[in-house]
Write a protein that binds this ligand. Structure first.
Ligand code: GDP
Ligand code: IMO
Ligand code: MG
Length: 443
């Protein structure tokens, strides 16, 4: 012990990479447990920006074991490119381990992702087109190719044939595409297997060894609660479970191995891709927040939709994750706005105007819901230099207090800039850090 889970509490891109890198400083292992290279996690250190898609955000700490867990879907081309890039920048990657049970994204998964979106036309989800959905679909259909299959040519070929068979019709438009040739795929994937072999391991055992020794393990989530395939705004979601419970399944630990669950959130809202976003803003205010916050996707470069902070959705995220702490990122972006709105309920715009205190389960309600707001005072001061809660303007402190009270979860950390040092540890957060260290030391 302890095990600390880090999850996105909104629609992704909350700053999970930065928080994971920060907590990894005190951790012995960091484990990614779901998603794939649809994720883009940013770390900014000494002015240098690192963008990670598959490799855990603990990789810059050379003594921290970094695990890609069984719940992740891996595009081996992206993973080998990421390894090359890190090495080029002189980052030691020898502490990386990859679960032999993780599933692989194959060329046909990417084709099916593209084709699926094209077919949906105006109704498209706005996926990252990285093949995530089709790969998880094959996993559930028991037609997946796993990391361990890369180590045996005969098995690999057999499994690719079996996986391609039921897809013949949907892959017909790509029939002449050389990327679909059985021999080509097999050779390409065997090459990846050769490259990745030194990293492939029984990662469940590695994680348990550390937990048993009382060491700290950070479980790094991707995406966010509202993109969860079960609990999010289905069908406008990703194909995995970004909620904390999935850390157990995707890393091979039990619920008792988890001690803390950190929900990472922005001080406002963003969403990339289609789907309901009840607090969405448009016009000049949206542009201003987007520019100040640099709200362009880390993976696809798409402009992110922006909106006011949605406390109805956030309280729901706190419940389904059992959050024990909030990390509120990008508070600095809100400087200069006279008034801030936070959404505390939804209203159906229909004639009856029904109100919703809780996040509605019904898709139609969610699509039409409009936010009802409480207005809070803004502040004009820049926050980037603040390092203590007392350095913050009173209005910023009141904003944070309103959030913590409404959601019922303490704020442990506040982000005031992209850099890893641009944070404020609150009293609650410092207490948790001390308790974590004490638990590790006592074990
Ligand atoms: P992730 O997917 O949750 O890891 O988040 P992303 O990396 O996709 O997006 C978060 C963006 O916000 C990145 O560009 C970070 O460098 C940046 N960022 C993180 N924390 C802060 C903060 O407190 N203030 C500002 N201004 N930027 C931040
Ligand atoms: P991180 O880990 C933000 C969104 C896509 C799309 C939907 C489904 O960086 O927070 P997919 O390719 O997963 O089938 O797309 O999910 N999406 C993300 N949005 N951050 C992410 O990851 C995301 N990963 C997927 O934009 O709306
Ligand atoms: Mg991201």
């Amino acid at each position: 012990m302890p095990g600390i889970v880090i999850v996105g509490a909104q629609w992704g891109d909350e700053g999970k990479g930065k928080i994971t890198d920060l907590l990894a400083e005190r951790a012995d292992a960091v484990v990614r447990f779901q998603g794939g290279n649809n994720a883009g996690h940013t770390i900014v250190r000494d002015g240098v920006q690192w963008k990670l898609h598959l490799i855990p955000s603990g990789i810059l700490h050379k003594d921290t074991l970094c695990v890609i867990g069984n719940g992740v879907v891996i595009d081996p081309r992206v993973l080998t490119d990421e390894l090359d890039e890190l090495r080029r920048q002189r980052v030691d990657t020898r502490q990386l381990r990859i679960s032999a049970n993780a599933h692989l994204i194959m060329p046909y998964h990417m084709m099916l992702d593209h084709a699926g979106e094209a077919k949906l036309g105006k109704l498209q989800i706005g996926t990252t087109r990285r093949g995530i959905g089709p790969c998880y679909a094959d996993k559930a259909a028991r037609l997946g190719i796993r990391v361990q299959d890369l180590l045996d040519e005969k098995i690999l070929k057999k499994k690719i044939i079996a996986a391609l068979e039921p897809k013949r019709l949907s892959l017909r438009p790509f029939a002449k595409d050389p990327r679909l040739d059985l021999q080509t795929i097999t050779e390409e994937y065997l090459t990846y297997g050769h490259r990745l072999a030194p990293y492939i391991a029984d990662t469940v055992r590695l994680v348990h060894e550390r937990l048993d020794a009382g060491q700290t393990v950070v479980f790094e989530g991707a995406q966010g609660a509202l993109l969860d395939i079960d609990h999010g705004t289905y069908p406008f979601v990703t194909s995995s479970n970004p909620v904390a419970g999935a850390a157990c399944v995707g890393a091979g630990v039990g619920p008792k191995d988890i001690d803390e669950i950190w929900g990472v959130m922005k001080a406002y809202g963003t969403r990339v891709g289609a789907g309901p976003f009840p607090t969405e803003l448009d016009g000049e205010l949206a542009d201003e927040i987007r520019e100040r916050g640099g709200e362009y996707g880390t993976t696809t470069g798409r402009a992110r939709r922006v909106g006011w902070l949605d406390l109805v959705a956030l309280r729901y995220a706190a419940r389904i994750n059992s959050l024990t702490a909030l990390a509120v990122m990008k508070l600095d972006v809100l400087s200069g706005l006279d008034q801030l709105c936070v959404c505390t309920r939804y209203r159906d715009p229909g004639p009856e105007g029904r109100e919703y205190e809780d996040f509605p389960y019904h898709q139609t309600v969610l699509h039409h819901a409009a936010g009802e707001y409480v207005q809070l005072a803004g502040w004009s001061e820049e926050l980037t230099e603040c390092r203590e809660e007392s350095d913050l303007p009173a209005a910023a402190r009141e904003y944070l207090q309103f959030v913590a009270e409404f959601v019922g979860v303490p704020v442990a950390l506040i982000g005031v800039g992209p850099g890893r040092d641009e944070v404020i540890w609150t009293q609650a957060g410092a207490g948790m850090a001390r308790a974590g260290r004490a638990a590790s030391a006592a074990a």
